[in-house]
Design a protein around this ligand. Structure first.
Ligand SMILES: Nc1nc2c(c(=O)[nH]1)N[C@H]1C(S)=C(S)[C@@H](COP(=O)(O)OP(=O)(O)OC[C@H]3O[C@@H](n4cnc5c(=O)[nH]c(N)nc54)[C@H](O)[C@@H]3O)O[C@H]1N2
Ligand SMILES: Nc1nc2c(c(=O)[nH]1)N[C@H]1C(S)=C(S)[C@@H](COP(=O)(O)OP(=O)(O)OC[C@H]3O[C@@H](n4cnc5c(=O)[nH]c(N)nc54)[C@H](O)[C@@H]3O)O[C@H]1N2
Ligand code: SF4
Ligand SMILES: [Mo]
Length: 740
């Protein structure tokens, strides 16, 4: 019997009963929501931070009679300026999802779980981890997380255990973007003053679906005050639909476009000479290199007409310095291609030719907030673990540029298969679904002697874990104070409890404090979350009470245009990267072919690309019925294919197709559209859930079990040679019509 009076047998029966038990759930359908709107009860408003994607939008959440009712955005919050997206609204209701894990669980067989007490879970995990540490060393333990928020506490936890192996999702998301910018301007994430731009170029950054509510509003403001917005994408994306011009590019060739744009700007002497002279290093070498890449050459690579390239370069140069190219995120300039790092460098360099650093309408360093730390005399901290990670991140001989704390998360299964990793903690991450090559990921994770998950539902990864320590849903918990992504000013914000936990769950920090007592590292966990948060706020002169009341506090420090500053070895923008030179890597942006290309003679051969939709987050919202209803009503799960290519394969709009790669095969229906480059197939990236413990994802009528497929099903396990990232668009699929 556990705290909720449920025996093990009852729990197993209840899980198996699934849908039937849900009929009366307040979670189901709009009717239940409408009823809650009409319900009486005291109305309370609590500010907090959304956790339905990584944007941390600030919300005011309304409760009525202790039930979550609705949310609105906090207008001063720099990262959403008062807006909330569809996911933000819909995922509020997730607190009532009947699939939620209701107490700590121990896996007692394949897909069989037994509720256990926290104490039992801590004790057993402590004993097992102790054995593993003794036998294989602390380096055989890893932590995988979605970073920020509580990350400082998890680093402390891993330092205390003596392991350097803290991974984030970076190698499947943003890694080349951060490193490319850091190498070139000494800042891995310069911000954009879109609202004051006269020319905005988005290269493979679909702000209107891979949402960032602040940036999207800024782009719209810029456009309304006269900026030309141009989108480069193989696909007519949501952002293309709000742009003046869509440049349809062959996927994987954006680097060629950027080199040719630089060629034109330099050849026609259109670049910002004073800026280049004063603030940059290696211009001559860069100019000489890009001389090799005229627009006619780039046309061959990109299929973008050379006239379009010349016009793009001239128009951008004319608007400079109030012209800006987005720094990139997940797509072409993220972890998609072997040439992504070169592309990011090229984008940074062309921004340099535009002379837009620290200028109105250009790029700028976001003001930072430095949070305090618990007093080490009162709360001793473990020393940081020296040396590289087990995957070679931070190792001068292997991945010297891949930071510790980011690492290469899709290497975890390989390292487990090699016996180098034996135990792991996975928090707010679902590698079985979000890393390439699921069969291999499953094989690897199954090899672990101990896997602990902190999920709030039985995701694919949690289903494989030996123990699940359920974190309270974000509306039920306090987190570590957050130095907000305010972009243009300094802000601090907090995620805090809106409703009491419905079940026997806890905030992560509380779990770690308690678990630490069973792992022999309790001496480093003598603080409470409240102590930690008070210490964090101390240097800012803000009280915890004030922050909890307001949710977000603006500390000023508004960015102002001024003299540019670069934290690179030369103190300048480096057209030639001294760090890359020292590492004997290509130090000046130059052309690099994508790793693979479709066979032009084979009508079945396509590159597989993918992207976000505005109403789904990664692979985790396909269990949300309101969001899935949008998908099914709009038939948005289909894969995009160009009419000329479809015709050759006798595929008509709505037909079923089979995609096969070297590692996987899957079926989906076709959306035949000329809004896609003929070389590729586009898959929306939010589907293909395979956990059988997610009721709505598997329910007929909500999309059905396994609704859609995931690009990861087709993607081999690959590691970019320089950074180790996933190269997620470097995959060729064979497409055939499915006759059913
Ligand atoms: N299929 C697919 N793969 C992808 C992507 C994609 O769009 N689709 N995108 C790529 C990108 S850009 C990124 S950033 C990564 C993201 O990689 P992940 O972080 O692995 O992606 P999510 O799908 O967001 O998984 C988050 C997990 O956290 C759990 N979770 C949600 N809320 C909470 C909570 O409050 N507490 C705890 N403890 N857990 C919670 C969810 O149930 C889910 O299992 O994936 C990459 N891979
Ligand atoms: N709704 C929603 N918003 C999100 C997220 C989410 O899961 N859902 N996740 C957040 C996170 S973690 C991230 S990383 C960002 C990601 O946001 P984005 O970086 O915008 O990522 P994607 O949607 O993967 O891809 C963007 C576009 O790149 C295009 N593309 C594919 N290949 C190429 C190419 O070779 N060249 C060019 N030029 N374009 C190409 C795709 O067609 C797509 O339109 O979104 C964030 N916001
Ligand atoms: S973009 Fe939407 S889902 Fe993401 S944090 Fe903001 S409101 Fe939440
Ligand atoms: Mo991401």
């Amino acid at each position: 019997m556990n705290r909720h009076g449920m025996t093990r047998r009852k729990f197993l029966v209840a899980s198996a009963a699934g849908g039937a038990a849900l009929a009366a759930s307040p979670y189901l359908g709009f009717d239940a929501w409408a009823a809650s709107e009409k319900a009486s009860g005291e109305v309370k408003v609590t500010p907090t931070l959304c956790d339905a994607c990584g944007n941390w939008c600030a919300l005011r959440v309304y409760t009525k009679g202790d039930r979550v009712w609705k949310a609105e955005g906090i207008p001063i919050a720099g990262n959403n300026l008062g807006r909330v997206c569809a996911k933000g609204h819909a995922m509020l209701h997730e607190v009532y999802n009947p699939d939620r894990i209701k107490s700590p669980l121990k896996r007692v067989g394949p897909n069989k779980f037994e509720p256990i007490s926290w104490q039992q879970a801590y004790k057993e995990i402590g004993a097992k981890l102790g054995q593993i540490k003794e036998k294989h060393g602390a380096e055989s333990i890893f932590w995988l997380q979605y970073p920020e928020g509580n990350a400082d506490v998890t680093f402390r936890f891993m330092n205390a255990l003596g392991s350097p192996n803290v991974f984030s999702h970076g190698a499947t998301c943003f890694l080349p973007r951060n490193i490319g910018w850091w190498l070139t301007v000494g800042n891995s994430k310069p911000e954009h003053d879109f609202a004051n731009s006269r020319f905005i170029l988005l290269i493979g950054r679909n702000l209107a679906a891979g949402l960032n509510l602040r940036k999207l509003q800024d782009v719209v403001k810029g456009r309304e005050s006269g900026a030309k917005v141009v989108v480069v994408d193989p696909r007519f994306s949501e952002s293309a639909s709000i742009a003046k011009q869509w440049i349809r590019i062959r996927p994987g060739t954006d680097l060629a476009l950027m080199l040719a744009v630089a060629h034109v700007m330099i050849d026609e002497s259109l670049y910002q000479k004073e800026f280049v002279e004063k603030y940059t290093e290696g211009f001559e070498e860069f100019a000489e290199e890009v001389r090799k890449f005229p627009p006619s050459w780039a046309e061959e690579k990109t299929t973008v007409p050379k006239e379009t390239i010349v016009t793009l370069a001239r128009e951008m140069a004319k608007a400079a310095p109030r012209a800006v190219i987005h720094r990139g995120y997940h797509a072409a300039a993220g972890t998609q291609y072997k040439n992504s790092l070169q592309l990011v460098r090229a984008i940074a360099c062309v921004n340099g030719l535009l002379g837009n650093y620290n200028q109105l309408g250009g790029l700028y360093p976001a003001p930072k907030v430095k949070l305090g730390k618990p007093d080490p005399n009162q709360y001793p901290a473990p020393p940081p673990v020296k040396g590289p990670m087990v995957d070679g991140s931070g190792d001068p001989e292997r991945y010297p540029l891949t930071p510790k704390g980011v690492g290469i998360s899709h290497a975890i299964p390989e390292l487990a298969i090699q016996g180098k990793l034996k135990a792991g903690f996975v928090h707010h991450n679902n590698p079985l679904r979000t890393c390439p090559n699921p069969a291999r990921v499953i094989e690897g994770y199954k090899k672990l002697d101990l896997l602990v998950s902190f999920d709030y539902v039985l995701s694919e990864t949690a289903t494989l874990a030996h123990y699940i320590l359920p974190e309270s849903y974000y509306l039920e918990r306090d987190d570590v104070v957050h130095a907000n992504h305010a972009y243009s000013s300094q802000q601090v914000a907090i995620r805090q409890q809106v409703v009491k936990p419905l079940y026997d769950t806890k905030p992560l920090v509380q779990i770690l404090i308690e678990l630490a007592q069973h792992l022999g590292i309790g001496q480093y966990f003598t603080f409470t979350l409240e102590d930690w948060n008070r210490a964090a706020l101390k240097p800012l002169g803000v009280s915890l009470e004030q922050l909890k009341k307001e949710g977000v506090i603006d500390l000023g420090g508004q960015w102002q245009p001024g003299e540019p500053h670069f934290d690179t070895p030369s103190g300048k923008l480096e057209f030639v990267s001294s760090t890359l030179k020292d590492l004997e890597l290509p130090a000046v942006p130059t052309w690099e072919e994508p790793l693979v290309s479709p066979d032009p003679k084979d009508p079945h051969s396509f590159r597989l690309i993918h992207g976000k939709q505005a109403h789904h987050t990664h692979a985790r919202t396909a269990n949300q019925p309101y969001l899935m209803k949008i998908t099914t009503d709009q038939d948005w799960g289909r894969a995009w294919i160009h009419p000329d290519r479809a015709k050759k394969l006798e595929i008509k709009d709505g037909d079923c197709m089979t995609l096969t790669s070297s590692v996987g095969s899957g079926r989906m229906r076709a959306r035949v559209t000329d809004g896609i480059h003929p070389d590729c197939i586009f898959l929306p990236s939010g589907y293909g859930i395979f956990s059988r413990n997610l009721t709505y994802a598997k329910k007929k009528g909500q999309g059905g079990f396994g609704y859609g497929v995931s690009y990861n099903d087709f993607l081999p396990t690959m590691f970019d040679p320089v950074l180790g990232h996933a190269m997620a668009n470097e995959v060729i699929v064979k497409v055939t019509k499915t006759y059913t």
